[in-house]
Structure formats: structure tokens, C-alpha cells
Design a protein around this ligand. Sequence first.
Ligand SMILES: *Cc1c(COP(=O)(O)O)cnc(C)c1O
Length: 453
Amino acid sequence: MKTKKLTFERPIIRKISIGISSKFGTKTEFEPITHIDNIPVKELVREYGSPLFVISEKTIRETFAEAKRAFETRYPKVQFAWSYKTNYLNAVCNIFHQEGSWAEVVSGFEYEKAILNGVPGNKIIFNGPYKSESDLITAIDNGSYIHIDHFDELFTLLEIADKHKKKPKVAIRVNMDTGIYPIWDRFGFNYENGEAWEALNRIMLSKKLSLVGIHTHIGTFILSPSAYAIAASKLADLAVSLKRKFNHSIGYIDIGGGFSSKNTLKGSYLTGTDVSPSFDDFAEAITSALINSQIEPSNLPVLILETGRALIDDAGSLIGTVVANKKLSDGRNATILDIGVNILFTSFWYEHKITPAQDFSHHYENTVLYGPLCMNIDQLRESVSLPPLKKGDNVVISRIGAYNMTQWMQFITLRPRVVLISTKGDVYVIRQSETTKMINSIESVPEHLKLKK
Ligand SMILES: *Cc1c(COP(=O)(O)O)cnc(C)c1O
């Protein structure tokens, strides 16, 4: 007798997301986000439109206080400098400045923003591989700290110092092996091959520049506190050598930014909240390296921190609306949101936490999340488990405060509003939505190309 052949069914591989278990299994998203800082999401959408960036002043101040406490309880002299490129909306910068942060800028444009925000020149750190001669002259006149990136910049500064009879305040940026690969050796002077030491010698021998500090920025989204311990000891060694050879004490060691936020990197098995070290972990590694170094205890330099991402990511949310649902030809569900990758740049790196903004059933389905752009790259998530969403439903994307409101671009569509919810619970528009008129206002059409009516 012939037995009936069983039909083959392909195996299904389903990723398990880590999260709190319920009787429905493990899910990363289990409660709707109906309010942000007690303001109903639906009300925000009604008042200010969708998509909408929302920044929580309360979260910024709380996160900052936590970071400050972690460092100040462990080290006598700590100074934060707000990394403008991480989020340079003026209202955001000013919260950090009110909290006592200096400004850390990496271009003439950012420098000008800091000055216009009212930051005194001697509280601005000027980093970056390209500072024009006029940028440098302005920074020197204002008494800002110039972090030299390469020998050509060092020679330019020496020329300017001669010509203008000024003594610029400088530090050098150092790159080094901290066990984080690839090494960011394109910025600054290398430690291991002796280049950083040579730059310091040239500065000291010239007598034309005032060497006030040493700086490094080892990378971004660093999950390993021990890398910072290595960086801090290498900078401390340079400071000790300067003291020994030139009897020169530097004013500060600037350890840069790069602490990870609680976001989940794409391809990471565990979520960001599980793997991201705390401010205490980073502070412990950095401050013990400095305290245990050969620097004389009475002469410990100020520790400067340029932390960006870890201080602002949690304070930003992006509200969006479901535009449509579709079935793809292979049977997968697809949901189209009004949020494109042009305004959510970090979706290239993160698996953002995306949560419905209204009550939902406890059925979940895997869906592809697309943005509204007519471009194949406009995909926010390749696969995310969400309750079925209807056209018009809202979602909240969490932890988007870093790098989106600066790297966003006006592409195909206009950039939306940004609102700030103050600690008192008032809502302020801190950046208008763009209009076609704004975009057109910086263009012009030559007379012969104008269309005749
Ligand atoms: C971007 C940048 C920072 C901030 O980095 P995060 O990863 O956001 O903390 C700090 N310092 C310099 C020099 C930078 O370029």
C-alpha cells in the first residue's frame, strides 16, 4: 500500500524579543503610550499635527542631574560641554546651558549658534577637522578653546598667533587604541605612534600657543566603560610627561562623548536597556583612571565631558500616524506611517521602540513599517511585532532625541514641528514646521527660465 506523502511546510524562524513576559508571551511593547509627560498624545496631534517631535524638558534635566551626580561624587572638578551636533535646537541647548554645560561645537555654524544662544566665548570648545581661518580668528578673539585636529591646523594657528599678536588657548585631540575597533584615527593625533606627543612638543616649544588641555573622543555608542579607562590613563600619561619635560600643568582633560544610550542597535540580541552601562559605570572607569594616574593629587585637571547621545536620546519622542495598511506580494503585512527615514535618521542603526498611542488588542502580527517617501530605502523597520493598527491610529517612537533633529533632511516632504513640554507641563513650539515658501525663499529662477503666463 502506498502511503500518502506529507506535504512539506517550510520552517518558520521567529525572533524572540526580550521583554517582560505576560500571558501572551514576551513582547517589547506591551502598554500603549497615550501620554507624554501627562499631555495626551492625541491632543498633541490635534494641536500641532503629525508627525511631531516632542521633547521633554523634565527628562533632559533628570538625565543631566543623574550624569552630573555620577561624576561629581567621584571627582573634584567636573565640567560638561553640550555637544551641539547631537541636538542643536536652541531651546534644547539652553536647557543644558542653564544646567551649567558649556558648548562643544564642531563647525563655524555651530560656533555661531552657541554665541547667539548667549554662551560666553570662554565656555565654548571648538572641535572638528575643519575650522576656517576666519572661524579660528573669531574663536581666538572670544577666548574659546580650540582643539587642534592636525598639523596643518597647528601651523595655521601659529601663523595667526604671529600675525594677530594673540596667544590662542589650545588643546590637541588625541586618537588611540582603547580596544574599540575600528579606531577613529582620522581625527586628531595618534597616541601610539608618538604623533600626539610630537604635537604637544611643537606647541610647547613654539611658545605662541597656550596649551590648556588634552582631548579625545574615542567613538560613539560605546558600550564598554573600560575603553574610557584606557583613554583616560593615556591622556593622563601625556599630562605627566608634559609636567616632567616642560614643568607645564594642563588645565583640563576632555574625555569627549560617546556613551551609549538605551537604544537597541540593529542586530543586537539584547535590548539597549539591558546592555547600556549606567553613568555610574562610565564615571567609575574614567575617574579612577585619573585618580590612580601619576598626576599629582593637588594638580588634578578639570575633567570635561562632551556627552551627547546619552543625555538627550530618552528626552525625545516622535509621534506619527498610520497612513495605510497593505499586503505585500509575499503575504507579509506592511504599514505605512507618515514618518520617513528623512526625519528619523537613526532608524538606519536602531531598532526603535515603536508603541501604539491608543489601547490595543493583545494580538500581535509581524509587519514591515514603511515611511511616506516614494523611495525604496524608506523603511523604518524590516519586521516589528505590533498589534494591528488602523489608518489614522497614532504611534510613538521613543528615544529619538539624539542626532535626528540635526541630521534630518528636507527630502520629498517638509520637516515637521518640534514641541517642548516644559517641566511645568506647558507645551511650546520650539521649531516651526517648514513651508514650501521657506524652502523657495532661498532659491531663485533666472529671468529666462521663468514660465510665461
Ligand atoms: C559628536 C561628538 C560628541 C558627542 O558624542 P555622543 O556620541 O553623542 O556622546 C562629543 N565630542 C565630539 C568631538 C564629537 O564629535
